[in-house]
Design a binder for this molecule. Structure first.
Ligand code: PEP
Ligand code: MN
Length: 336
């Protein structure tokens, strides 16, 4: 329920008592300057009339979907998420570029300077890596976070990095402009709640075995903590197809667009797993209506400590940015 602007605390408390008496759990939540009372089920219509009479409710949102706050029904216009000098979900495409993992100061600064020059709007780089094998490179941790902050200070590119566990959210949020919840953690509910409490913008990646509906419900966990700054990311799902690392579900972009007001990005690097497929799928993602892409770029991909097959080198990234420009224009978007 969206409460009336200016409804007094006394009236809100009365409404909460009224709902509790009817065994409705109601959670007060501030959403973009409006107070919501989020209930676990719909109140009876006579009760709604009563709440309207006492001047509490402005609008009742029926939870026809499990992801209510994320739904188009709840908010008709697209959300634009701002982080530092970047708006995600506007006409200008957001290109997030950078290495899979932060490996050294030199590596990170070289990529950061290059992708900035070539028109990227944000820098990515893994500090805590969710590796399939415990023997693989796990990331430089806090050292990587401070290198990301240094790269941001030099280039003015806001930085995004993954947080793997609830206990590290505050640490990562101290350095990063945007928090990433990786595919493997899409349904780590304590982590979703923790990034929700942090109020930093969050990039939520679709789990490799998750449906679109489950992605939206995972986003709802973050929104319900009072953090409206959620961006969704399609990064491929696991199917029987082995020619690509994952199967990029591009239809997810227009499907999500219909169902949610949240911005939608695509990660063609993890979706395909091969550098030669990144450019065509980036163009396809933009054509499908994505608000931007996240692309892995490394100065020397062959020697990368993680995901060496899919990272673009600096020349490949430069070529992709050139080729993307007319595609962006064709769908009414800007790249720069
Ligand atoms: C990443 O972007 O660094 C990553 C590990 O991606 P995903 O969670 O999509 O596998
Ligand atoms: Mn990677």
């Amino acid at each position: 329920m969206v409460t009336q602007r200016g409804a007094s605390a006394k009236i809100i408390n009365e409404a909460l008592d009224f709902l509790n008496e009817r065994e409705l759990e109601a959670k007060p939540l501030t959403w973009k300057n409006q107070l919501l009372l989020v209930t676990n089920r719909n109140p009876a219509s006579t009760d709604v009339d009563r709440l309207k009479d006492i001047g509490v409710i402005e609008r009742l949102v029926h939870p026809t979907q499990k992801a209510q706050l994320a739904s188009r029904e709840f908010q008709r216009e697209n959300s634009v998420i701002n982080t530092e000098n970047v708006s995600i979900g506007s006409q200008k495409l957001v290109i997030i570029a950078g290495p899979c993992s932060v490996e050294s100061r030199q590596q990170l600064l070289e990529v950061a300077r290059a992708v900035k020059r070539l028109g990227a709007s944000m820098l990515r780089g893994g500090a805590f890596k969710p590796r399939t094998s415990p023997y693989e490179f796990q990331g430089l941790g806090e050292t990587a976070l401070s290198l990301l902050a240094e790269a941001r200070d030099e280039t003015d590119l806001p930085v995004i990095t993954e947080v793997l566990e609830p206990g590290k959210v505050d640490l990562v949020a101290k350095y990063a402009d945007m928090l990433q919840v990786g595919a493997r953690n899409m349904q780590n509910f304590p982590l979703l709640r923790a990034v929700g409490r942090s109020k930093k913008p969050v990039l939520l990646k679709r789990g490799m075995m998750a449906t679109i509906d489950e992605l939206l419900q995972a986003a709802e966990y973050i929104l319900l903590e009072g953090n409206p700054n959620v961006v969704l990311c399609e990064r491929g799902i696991r199917t029987f197809e082995k020619a690509t690392r994952n199967t990029l579900d591009l239809a997810a972009v227009p499907v999500l667009r219909k169902q949610t007001h949240l911005p939608i990005l695509v990660d063609p690097s993890h979706a395909t797993g091969s550098r030669d497929l990144v450019a065509p799928m980036t163009k396809a993602a933009v054509s499908a209506g994505a608000d931007g892409v996240m692309i892995e770029v490394h100065p020397n991909p062959e020697n990368a400590l993680s995901d060496s097959h899919q990272q673009l080198d600096l020349n490949e990234f430069a070529r992709l940015m050139e080729e993307l420009e007319p595609v962006a224009e064709a769908v009414g978007r800007r790249l720069r």
